[in-house]
Write a protein that binds this ligand. Structure first.
Ligand code: ZN
Length: 258
């Protein structure tokens, strides 16, 4: 099966259109017929028949199943467990916590009593967790999505989690999910009350905190490994989100440990 489906086909006779008119009328057809969602990933197949002098344009768009195929999330078990302990809403919808003893699954942000780590399994796909015989928690209701746009928002968050190391711009994310960058920013803000940029900063700081807790890497190493472009930027963002410097954070943790 092809990952693309045909949007529409236009037949043009070369003789009846000058080259300029040809291009501009095509652009009009594009902007009026294809929605913003389709535009970024639409491609055209062009065939020219010499004998008849007809040109056939076939416009193709990726089929829906391909566009929102969930990307495997690049978080370790321990990292996901940290989000669960912190009841971190930022990861809701990105993965689910399933408790083997109660056969119930939750959002990471669920406020119910925490299960034992050993009894927990993580799932990324809601269908998969339900097929494994788990029931949705009545408290955090992980089976209810409040908006149909959440699928797109979750793909964006997964993309940010998986690509936090690289520098990228809004357009890269927009291309990945197949919508315009303008629409992406608006939709993301409406659903999460944050911009993709500030969300990415949180993911980077979470990653840095994980390293500070669990590794002997220096602050500078952590800065570059978590995708920050300069130490000053790293310190500024870290302080804004954690209310302390990376060194203070590490020091405080060591004091907490028995
Ligand atoms: Zn729950």
């Amino acid at each position: 099966m092809t990952p693309y489906h045909l949007l529409f086909t236009i037949l043009y006779h070369l003789n009846s259109f000058g080259k300029l008119l040809f291009t501009s009328s095509l652009r009009n057809i594009f902007s009026s017929t294809i929605s913003a969602r389709m535009r970024t990933k639409t491609s055209a197949l062009i065939c020219y028949n010499k004998e008849t002098e007809y040109v056939v344009f076939s416009f193709l768009a990726p089929s829906k199943d391909v566009k929102y195929m969930p990307e495997k999330i690049n978080l370790s078990f321990d990292e996901m467990w940290e989000k669960v302990l912190a009841c971190d809403r930022a990861y809701d919808g990105v993965f689910f916590t399933a408790v083997k003893t109660t056969k119930i699954y939750c959002r990471p942000s669920c406020r119910s009593r925490k299960p034992k780590k050993i009894n927990v399994a993580f799932y990324q796909d809601i269908q998969e967790v339900e097929n494994a015989g788990y029931r949705a928690c009545k408290r955090c209701r992980p089976d209810t999505t409040h908006s149909p746009d959440l699928g797109v928002v979750n793909s964006v968050i997964t993309f940010l989690i998986n690509h936090y190391k690289q520098p990228f711009i809004l357009q890269d994310i927009a291309d990945h999910v197949g919508i315009s960058s303008f629409y992406l920013e608006r939709l993301f803000k409406r659903e999460t009350a944050e911009t993709p940029r500030s969300y990415l900063e949180k993911i980077r700081v979470d990653k840095a905190s994980h390293y500070l807790r669990n590794s002997l890497k220096t602050n500078l190493e952590i800065c570059y490994e978590t995708g920050f472009q300069s130490p000053s930027n790293f310190y500024r963002v870290f302080r804004r989100l954690k209310n302390c410097t990376p060194s203070e954070y590490r020091h405080l943790l060591n004091e907490d440990r028995p």
